[in-house]
Design a protein around this ligand. Structure first.
Ligand code: DQA
Length: 149
């Protein structure tokens, strides 16, 4: 069974109460449960982790090497700032899908730049919590095509 780590970055622990007009009313716990459940339908074992700290996220990416088959990352605001996260992703050479709840390209200009996108398989944004489930679907197809599951 393929192993997938779903990583969430800063402020995503506040989902459900944080700017619900942008991010909706679904909590992070609900998103994570949906990921685990959807993973089961795809024969994938999903583990979830959230941190508000850049270095902790980097450690989680390093620790995934040799254990996880792929990653899903919503790096929150670090998406737009973190060369260190980009380098961590390049270093572990694991397939990664970048996700966002909101459509970052339809928002402020500073959100249009992603340091994650160049080292990701692809980016899924704008579909609310469904973005994570679409990322799982994409990884299922990718890992199958790559003969890794
Ligand atoms: C976000 C978009 C980012 O610009 C923002 O900083 C977040 C959430 C999203 O999921 O839409 O924290 O990653």
């Amino acid at each position: 069974m393929a192993k997938i780590l779903v990583l969430n970055g800063p402020n995503l622990n506040l989902l459900g109460t944080r700017q619900p007009e942008i991010y909706g009313s679904t909590t992070l716990a609900m998103v994570e449960t949906a990921c685990v459940d959807h993973g089961k339908t795809l024969d994938m074992a999903v583990t979830c982790f959230q941190s508000n700290h850049e270095g902790v996220l980097i450690d989680a990416i390093h620790d995934a090497k040799g254990i996880q088959d792929a990653l899903i990352l919503n790096a929150g605001a670090f998406t737009h700032t973190s060369v260190a996260l980009m380098d961590a992703i390049s270093s572990v050479e694991l397939p990664l899908v970048e996700v966002h709840l909101s459509n970052i390209h339809a928002r402020e200009e500073f959100r249009h730049k992603s340091f994650i996108a160049p080292v990701a398989l692809g980016q899924i944004c704008g579909f609310g919590p469904q973005s994570y489930l679409l990322a799982l679907d994409a990884l299922a197809l990718h890992l199958t095509a790559a003969g890794r599951r």
